[in-house]
Ligand binder design. Sequence first.
Ligand SMILES: [Zn+2]
Length: 260
Amino acid sequence: VSITKEHRRPAALPVWDIPSWDERFGVHAGIAGGRIDGTAFDLGLWGGQPVGEVMARWRTFRQEYPGCPRTVLAHQIHGTRVLWHAADNPPGWLLVDGADGHGTDVDGILLTVTIADCIPVYLIVPDRRTIALLHAGWRGVAGGMLARGVEAICDRSGASSSDIVMHCGVGICGRCYEVGPEVMDGLGLQADGPGPWLADLRAVLADQAARLGIRECTASPFCSAHDPDFFSHRRSRGTDGRMIAFLGRPADVRGGAPSG
Ligand SMILES: [Zn+2]
């Protein structure tokens, strides 16, 4: 799997963009949140932080994307349900229960998922206006979340899986993710010798992608657990905040292909 690197934006707000997705596809893609000079920027809605402070940070984050006035987020359940968002989503912030993936072919909708070690999976059909963003922890990976996302894209756009470009974003790496036998079993990995074992979710996702017929799949070089700028549920033993991975095609003048 080749590496596609997120770039830290030189600003007070901790945002890592994927510049190549902006350049090639005209979309906003990346991850927001984590630490900046040691100060936490927590976008977690369900973490017990004072709600007014969390909402203020979300407002700051959303203001970065005026071309995407509609934001969607779900309370995630480590399942495989992918919601499809249509043109009649109202402007503002749509908060949905019980889903781990979002897709749309409408410009101006910013898809978001909550992340702290799990892998954000970005999917796009470059020639069409179709995108999807998935939250994939081991349960999602084991349960076929990627296949559900690919299915949703192909059903809606008429594209085939070979038309999809995929990126596995910032999450826990294969050297940090120590797991027990149920995870190895769920991921279809061989658990040799006495555990615990190490599992590389992005490698498993890349393998699944190849089987599904996806020809271009890249991975982030960053690890939420050993790169201290990011939040890690594992490293912090559950005390860290949450980051927000995002993907959206702006509805303003930046919406077209940059090369015209
Ligand atoms: Zn790591």
